[in-house]
Design a protein around this ligand. Sequence first.
Ligand SMILES: C[S@@+](CC[C@H](N)C(=O)[O-])C[C@H]1O[C@@H](n2cnc3c(N)ncnc32)[C@H](O)[C@@H]1O
Length: 285
Amino acid sequence: MSIAGRIEPLDEGIILSDQDFDAIAQFAYKHFGLAMSPSKKPLVSSRLSRKLRKQNIKTFKDYLKRLDGPNADQERSELLSLLTTNVTQFFREPHHFETLRKDVLPPLIERAKKGGRVRIWSAGCSIGQEPYTIAAVLHAMLPDADRYDIKILGTDIDPVVVKTAEVGQYPLEDFEGIPKEYKMQLEAGAKPETGRVPQFLRNKVTFGVLNLIQPFPFKGKFDAIFCRNVAIYFDNPTQQKVWQAFQKSLTPGGYLFIGHSERMSGPAAQYMKTVGITTYLNTPG
Ligand SMILES: C[S@@+](CC[C@H](N)C(=O)[O-])C[C@H]1O[C@@H](n2cnc3c(N)ncnc32)[C@H](O)[C@@H]1O
C-alpha cells in the first residue's frame, strides 16, 4: 500500500486520515508556502501526535478548527515550527561570506563612507546566526560601522525563532566553528554553558517576523539578500515568485545568496546572473 493510502494511528488512538493530512497540507501551503507531498504524512503524523496529546485534543478535525480559532496565531506558528527545521549555524556555507568580504562589502563600505545607505537582508534567518555572521564580517572590515548608515535585517516567519535571534544567546559549542579571524569575543551567557553575541554585533542587526510568500513591506531596496535553505520548502511556482520578489527588492548590482540545494528559476532568472556557487548578481536591463 502506498504511504498516501495508509492510516497512521497515533499513540492515543488518534488517526491521521488521508483527508486530514490533505487539509493540513493545504493549510500549510496557503499560509506558509510549504509544499508537502504525501510522503510527508508519517512525519506530520508523528510530529503532530505529541502536540495533540499534550493539549488533550481528541481529533485532527478539532485541531484543524483551532488553526482558525481565537489562538490561531500561536497555533499556526507552532504548526510551522513542527513542519520545518530551524537548523542554522554561524558561517554556514562559508564561501558566501568570503564573497561578502571580497566582492560585496568593499564598494558598499565606500558608498557608506560617502554618506550612502547600505542594507543587507537575511530572509528566513531562523535563530539569527546568519545575520550575526554578516555583522561579524562587516565589523572585521569596518569596526566603526555604527557611524554609517549600514543596516542588517533578519526576518523569519516564526516568531519564536525571531525572539531567540533578538536575544542572541546560544550554546557555547555553536561558537566553535567560527573562523579564527572572525572569532567574536563572547559576552557571558545567562547560563554558564551559553555565550551571547556581543552587544556591538547585536546593535548592527534588527529582527522582525515576515512571511516570504506575502508581499514585502519594504520601501527601499537591498544591496544583498541572503535567503538560504528556506525556498527548499516551497514548490516551484512559489520559489519562482519569491525569486522574482527578491530580484525586484535588490538594487542593480545587488547580490542574492541561496542555499546549496536551491536553484534560480523562472522570470527572475533572466536578470540574476550566476557569479559563484548559489550566488547571483542582479543585472536588470
Ligand atoms: C533551515 S532554516 C534556514 C536558516 C538560515 N537561512 C540558514 O541557512 O542557516 C529555514 C527557516 O525558514 C523559515 N521559513 C519557512 N517558511 C518561511 C516563510 N514562508 N517565510 C519566512 N520564513 C520561512 C523557517 O521558520 C526556518 O527558520
